[in-house]
Design a protein around this ligand. Structure first.
Ligand code: PEP
Ligand code: MG
Length: 585
């Protein structure tokens, strides 16, 4: 293109995976080669050596991952559990044994067999709507890509060796790739694939590097050395920015950094309103290792420990001792602070490797969470025993997901009692005097809140699912994402109903859905009377700061007005008009 021709500014929109703004030159990380695989037949006499070639590629991949784990920088060391899972996945029956079988049975080359097996596994994940579980399919991709590279003989992207200040642009980055990022070289990254719940984005947030994932075809549009802007909060990536856009983003970047520094100075202060109401601000975790991040950001405890991760990407269900060890680690690190362990919230059998894999047309409405656990009492009992045992070491609460009827609460309590009795008989240390709570995330639980309140110690509102199930909006579907908002009048009224019931029945009402982690929502949440908020650890400082700048008395008056609004947009505008200045501070 001639020099004098002005290139048009291009804006790409993906998923904002880790907040922050960076402006710099693109550095394309090339993984070409592994996506294009040739098929050829292997003669009977060469089958053994083809299998050996596959096994050698797996061994090399494992050695390489182990070396990465050993050399991981301090900051990411607590995430190397993910990489260890990848080492284990290399030998996963679904992947390893199946590929060998395919080479043998179909007499095809190892690359083709691996690709076929991986495509099959990914189809299993395809129908799952839960974004967290969907992201586990990325783990399979990362692991198989690594094997494929050794089979084909392409070079590993060596992110650790990059020696200039750049923004990485890649089709995909595995958690292992991401963990090698040198913060003084890589300003941020963007990828074609991936989503917010992927481990890659968890690591990006831990490293606090701006990242946008799931851009689709950014690698085809962006060239090496193009100047790009990444806004990791909004998911916007800008190419060929005009001078005006550039100066706007420089300004935004400076403001973001100033604000971050300001917030982190106050992150350990109490979340107390100007008129003296103190709230506990807790962190959500998915991996035991993230507990450190909650403390670093000033969290008062764990409000949601999603325990699914230990059940995924493996052939065997975890045993009681393994679960107990992980829970105990978290509980011990938190000391007297509460740790809310949520029981298994799995979205349909398919997600678990060794289950029967029944095909559900609507997994989000299917055998998910407590429904799964009550149908598989042996699996549930193992987890309940592990939780009760860990409770002997600190301040544990138990939280049951996706409750939609009273029977589910009673059945769960019966199993919990049985678990305690069996531990008693075996003379094992445990503690059954723990708070028992349920997630309020299905509309029937809102309507029956008064009945359910009599059976439990606390409610925790899961807005992610409550919005999905109430408004009939698939939370992972981009087509209807514009309709998904916590300020929908039906959602605000439902939350108000739940907090009113909580007060009347004398039980606490917490919130651990994403709604809790946005400072913009804080005036509404304070007005609604939520007793405790739990969120991703990075949001804690901003939410605490917002609470410190408000009066609960004002928020209570305000919510009466907010509840009169009949559309989402009216409610948003009212918050902007009443608290806009504070939110923008
Ligand atoms: C929720 O639904 O709001 C919630 C916190 O649970 P999850 O996101 O794990 O479904
Ligand atoms: Mg949920």
């Amino acid at each position: 293109m001639p020099d004098h021709e002005i290139q048009k500014e291009i804006r790409l929109i993906g998923t904002g995976a880790s907040p922050g703004i960076c402006i710099g030159k693109a550095y394309l990380v090339d993984k070409e080669g592994i996506d294009i695989v040739e098929k050829y037949f292997i003669s009977r006499k060469n089958l053994d050596s083809e299998i050996k070639r596959f096994k050698m590629a797996v061994k090399n991949a494992a050695d390489e991952l182990r070396a990465i784990i050993e050399n991981a920088p301090e900051d990411v060391r607590r995430h190397t559990g993910i990489l260890e899972t990848h080492v284990a996945l290399l030998k996963d029956k679904m992947l390893y044994d199946k590929t060998i079988e395919t080479i043998k049975n179909e007499r095809v080359n190892a690359e083709w067999a691996l690709k076929k097996v991986v495509t099959g596994i990914k189809m299993l994940f395809h129908d799952i709507s839960d974004s967290y579980l969907k992201a586990r399919s990325d783990d399979i991709t990362h692991v198989s890509d690594r094997i494929m590279r050794f089979l084909i003989g392409t070079e590993e992207i060596n992110i650790g060796n990059i020696d200039k200040r750049v923004i990485l642009v890649a089709k995909d980055l595995s958690p292992a790739d991401t963990s090698q990022i040198q913060l003084d070289k890589v300003m941020g990254f963007l990828t074609d694939r991936g989503g917010k719940a992927s481990h890659t984005s968890i690591i990006a947030r831990t490293l606090e590097v701006p990242a946008v994932l799931g851009l689709g075809n950014a690698t085809q549009i962006i060239n090496n050395d193009d100047r790009i802007i990444i806004d990791g909060a909004t998911g916007i990536v800008i190419l060929n920015a005009t001078d005006q856009t550039l100066s706007e983003y420089k300004e935004l970047k400076a403001r973001f950094e100033e604000r971050k520094a300001f917030l982190s100075r106050g992150s350990h202060l109490k979340a107390e309103t100007l008129d003296g109401l103190s709230l506990q601000i807790m962190g959500n975790i998915e991996l035991p290792e993230e507990v450190v991040s909650v403390l670093d950001h000033g969290g008062d405890g764990i409000g949601l420990y999603r325990t699914e991760f230990q059940y995924l990407s493996r052939n065997e269900f975890p045993g009681e001792d393994e679960l107990f060890d992980k829970y105990k680690d978290v509980v011990e690190v938190m000391g007297r602070r509460p740790v809310t362990i949520r029981t298994l919230d799995i979205n349909g059998d398919k997600a678990i490797a060794n289950s029967n894999g029944s095909d559900e047309a609507n997994p989000a409405l299917g055998l998910r969470a407590i429904r799964y656990c009550l149908k598989k009492p042996d699996i549930f009992r193992t987890q309940l025993r592990a939780i009760l045992r860990a409770a002997a070491f600190g301040n544990v609460r138990i939280l049951i997901p996706m409750i939609s009827s009273l029977d589910e609460i009673r059945d769960t309590k019966r199993l919990l009692n049985e678990a305690a009795n069996s531990l008693e008989k075996e003379g094992k240390a445990y503690n059954k005097n723990i708070e028992f709570g349920i997630m309020i995330e299905v509309p029937s639980a809102v309507i029956l809140a008064d009945v359910m309140a009599q059976e439990v110690d606390f409610f925790s509102i899961g807005t992610n699912d409550l919005i999905q199930y109430t408004l009939a909006i698939d939370r992972g579907n981009r087509e209807v994402a514009h309709l998904y908002h916590p300020f929908h009048p039906a959602i605000l009224r439902m939350i108000k109903h739940v907090t009113d019931v909580g007060k009347e029945k004398g039980i606490k009402v917490y919130m651990c859905g994403e709604m809790a982690g946005d400072p913009f929502n804080v005036p509404v949440l304070l007005g609604l009377g939520i007793d405790e908020l739990s969120m991703n650890p990075q949001s804690i400082p901003a939410v605490k700061n917002m609470i410190r700048s408000l009066k609960v008395e004002d928020a209570r008056r305000f919510i009466m007005e907010a509840l009169k609004q009949t559309t989402t947009m009216d409610a948003i505008k009212l918050v902007e008009a009443s608290f806009g200045e504070m939110i923008g501070q």
